[in-house]
Design a protein around this ligand. Structure first.
Ligand SMILES: [Zn+2]
Length: 134
């Protein structure tokens, strides 16, 4: 049982429920960690997925809608890593691989979110989800 929250911000919902603070991507469980002033290299960013520490880092100071997309995007990095498209590139093609993995991740995460938002009843049945909200 979770306590009633005043905020519907996804980060507040996750922080209040320990069961939501770990993401199973099949080959590992990733811990969700909130940060202030998150950076990827020297650049500010909203989320990162660390395949070495099994952590998803999220910038705390963003609005609810981009926060939801950011978390789902990072989760998709974890799933896509299974087929070698998680996000990191190596060797000569490093930048190209990184950029194309990022594009695939954005596309896949937005497509799944869009499908579920536009077709909530079908998504519930198709994905075998329990509960009343998606
Ligand atoms: Zn990304």
């Amino acid at each position: 049982m979770t306590k009633q929250l005043k905020s519907n911000h996804i980060y507040d919902i996750i922080k209040s429920n320990p069961d939501l603070q770990t993401v199973d991507v099949g080959w590992a469980n990733f811990k969700i960690v909130f940060k202030k002033g998150l950076k990827s290299g020297s650049q500010n960013c909203w989320g990162t997925c660390d395949f070495d520490t099994y952590e998803i880092h999220l910038e705390e100071k963003i609005e609810d809608a981009p926060a939801r997309e950011t978390l789902f995007h990072e989760i998709c990095h974890g799933f896509l890593e299974l087929c070698g498209m998680g996000g990191e590139g190596e060797g000569e093609e490093e930048e190209y691989v990184y950029a194309s993995n990022e594009r695939v991740t954005i596309t896949v995460s937005r497509a799944i979110m869009m499908f579920a938002r536009l077709n909530p009843e079908l998504a519930k049945e198709l994905l075998n989800l329990k509960g009343d909200d998606l």
